[in-house]
Design a binder for this molecule. Structure first.
Ligand code: ADP
Ligand code: MG
Length: 671
């Protein structure tokens, strides 16, 4: 089967599963085959029943004597089974899986694998995995566990992947010549795909991972190089004549002094605007480094030259915020800023200088060709193709506006050169002066209650507000879901704990109007505590919020925690970040402690890698970068290796035609 086929070509994948898989980023067979496990269960040990000891994790081949439903004292149903091999008998129990009565047959031999635990005073398998036949997918080996989403279990994925591996094996072609593979110590592609899921040992896994990561990085590098070449074929819709004196006045009238790196970035942007080739610049800066005002100056220059601007945000909440900020900044200059919402109709707009809206909405409204600059905020939410599409829509043919993209993701320069090699880079390296660092505390569960008391006092005496961030429900793995306080549950529980205080909720499943209202109430100080998912509020700027609580903090990457922490400490009052881990060990404490002592997103990203180490995948949850599946942008060594190879390929284009065709596909074309 072709790797480019949709997964629906596999047996028993209908519309429902297609939707679920889409959430995992799986659409094609190739996506499925390179879908990375988050960890493995070690079922390699096989033992006869008599040799099994409490605590063992092992696989057993045995005959099923019986299976029946049994009711517990509390009225719950469990399935009790007995298995037997030549060495002895043992019980198995499952909880609440009555369908097993249908799928497991008496007198048939199966492989069972799992942990041996006490059942009364006997040993038993508790909810083991099982399989018929050779015992080579779900038992008897290292078993891949995938990050789960609702309705897609690891067992299901494993089954489909094993099948897809079989039927598509002849289609898996390695585009890297063998001599190059040897030179870069890379595993063969087909083997890598296979061993990613079914390695015999850790070494095989690491090599498989490395090869797939290399492919991803190589693809990104080659694509961005070609995009850069392509971009140069564009012509700016408008060369902006920069009115320096008015811009200087604007900057002088700001309520603060620009930082040095803000000044430098402004200069870079203004220079770009005057050019014939449209700007394609990434403005990268830590949370709170002041990207908005830098973009605003670019917009101001565009306005002075007589052209329109577009500001695109990933969420409506952020669009609203940009709208307010820009309105304030441009108050004295008669600049007409308009907010696009789902209710905005084309006719309503009238004359507008700056359009602000989400990427989803903004292009339904605008078809003018008066746009001088597009500003895209929080770039990591947009795919590269999606971005290009949006940009093209605002121009005609190869005449397009200048583009400024802003991101707070701390991507080191080397990495940015690879993934965003087509973009020029402006870095905001320092925070505005006078910003007080946020005091960070790690709160173990027994200190939770005193912490809440302290927060109550803060709200009462200081009249400050509190963010309470819960882990994202969809990102939870099934086994830890229990320990995670889901947003709604947290909301209900906090309402009780904070009786007499105004607790509000904000999450992605709420209607847009409800979300707006929740933010508005919080902004206006009409709620004390906002319980929210981590995604909704990225980039939000509320000066009176001085306490950030992060639930299940160990589940977040350090850079992500740092971003969340950046939501407070924006005003003049002292701010705090309280990290509440649900799991606490040396490893967790070491990672979280790094947040106490470091205030730079870049540093934290690096520390995270060092503490986790590249082999850490066998343990805790992984947090990937949006376009990377198996690669990690922290792996600068491999990134450099891939970049070096990509450069070689591009210099010798004719020799690598096949590889280039494959990598670039239809997206860019080769001629
Ligand atoms: P981010 O880079 O995270 O998007 P913002 O642009 O939202 O940051 O800026 C954060 C806050 O810092 C805003 O309230 C903004 O007005 C303020 N700010 C920006 N630049 C400066 C500066 N040079 N000095 C002081 N405050 C600044
Ligand atoms: Mg921002």
């Amino acid at each position: 089967m072709k790797l480019s086929n949709p997964v629906s070509r596999l047996p028993k994948i209908g519309p429902v599963y297609l939707k679920r898989l889409e959430k995992l980023g799986i659409a094609k067979i190739s996506d499925l085959l390179t879908h990375p496990p988050s960890r493995y269960l070690d079922y390699r040990k096989t033992k006869p029943i008599a040799k099994l000891r409490i605590g063992d994790i092992a696989s057993v081949k045995a005959k099923l004597n019986f299976i029946r439903n049994q009711y517990t004292k509390s009225g719950k149903v469990m399935q009790l089974a007995e298995i037997e091999d030549t060495s002895g008998k043992m019980k198995i129990i499952w909880f609440n899986q009555p369908y097993l009565m249908m799928s497991l047959k008496r007198k048939i031999e199966y492989w069972f694998a799992g942990k041996i635990e006490f059942f009364g005073s006997d040993k038993a398998f508790i909810a083991p995995d099982y399989e018929l036949g050779a015992g080579s997918i779900h038992t008897g080996r290292l078993i891949p566990i995938y990050p789960e989403t609702y309705g897609v279990s690891s067992k299901w994925l494993r089954t489909k992947i094993a099948f897809a591996l079989q039927v598509s094996k002849p289609e898996i072609v390695d585009f890297i010549p063998v001599t190059d593979l040897q030179k870069y110590s890379l595993m063969d592609y087909e083997a890598a795909i296979h061993k990613l899921h079914f390695p015999e040992n850790e070494d095989e896994y690491l090599n498989a991972k490395k090869r797939l990561a290399f492919n991803e990085l190589l693809t990104l590098t080659i694509r961005s190089t070609y995009r850069k070449e392509r971009w140069k074929e564009n012509i700016a819709l408008y060369k902006i004549k920069v009115n320096s004196s008015q811009i200087d006045t604007f900057i002088k009238n700001l309520p603060f002094m620009l930082t040095l790196s803000q000044e430098k970035s402004v200069k870079e942007i203004l220079t770009d605007l005057t050019k014939e080739t449209p700007m394609n610049r990434l403005l990268e800066g830590d949370v709170g480094s002041g990207k908005t005002v830098v973009a605003a100056i670019g917009i101001f220059a565009t306005f002075l030259a007589g052209y329109q601007s577009i500001v695109m945000a990933p969420t409506q909440i952020l669009a609203n915020q940009h709208f307010e900020t820009l309105n304030k900044l441009f108050e004295k200059y008669k600049i007409r800023v308009k907010l696009i919402t789902s209710n905005t109709k084309k006719g309503d707009l009238g004359k507008t200088d700056v359009f602000v809206g989400t990427h989803a909405l903004i292009h339904r409204i605008i078809d003018s060709e008066q746009v001088g600059i597009i500003v895209i905020d929080e770039q990591h939410r947009f795919g590269v193709e999606q971005r290009t599409h949006l940009i093209k829509q605002s121009g005609s043919g190869n005449k397009i506006p200048h583009v400024l993209t802003m991101t707070a993701t701390p991507i080191p320069r080397t990495v940015a050169l690879t993934i965003y090699g087509d973009l020029d880079l402006s870095l905001l390296t320092e925070l505005p002066v006078g910003r007080k660092p946020v005091t960070t505390w790690i709160v173990p569960s027994k200190k939770r209650s005193p912490a809440y008391d302290w927060i109550k006092k803060q709200i009462k005496n200081e009249h400050i507000q509190v963010f309470n961030i819960c882990p994202l429900i969809e990102e939870s793995e099934a086994e830890t879901l229990k320990s995670v306080r889901a947003v709604v549950a947290e909301f209900e529980s906090l309402k009780k704990i904070f009786k007499g205080y105004r607790v509000d909720i904000l999450h992605g499943r709420m209607k847009p109007a409800e979300k707006d209202l929740a933010i508005k109430r919080f902004k206006e100080g009409k709620s004390d505590i906002l319980v929210s998912t981590p995604v909704v509020e990225v980039g939000i700027d509320i000066a009176n919020a001085t306490i950030m609580i992060v639930e299940a903090a160990e589940r977040f990457g350090l850079a992500q925690l740092h971003q969340l922490r950046g939501r407070v400490g924006r005003g003049s009052k002292k701010s705090y970040c309280l990290l509440l881990p649900t799991k606490y060990d040396r490893y967790v404490s070491k990672r979280l402690a790094a947040l106490k002592s470091h205030n730079s997103g870049f540093e934290l990203a690096e520390i995270d890698l060092k503490i986790r180490g590249p082999g850490e995948i066998f343990g805790t949850a992984q947090h990937g970068f949006y376009e990377l599946k198996n690669a990690s942008w922290e792996d600068t060594k491999l990134i450099k290796l891939a970049k070096g190879y990509a450069d070689r390929i591009i210099v010798n284009r004719s020799k690598y035609k096949k590889l280039l065709n494959h990598v670039l596909g239809e997206e860019i074309g080769l001629n």
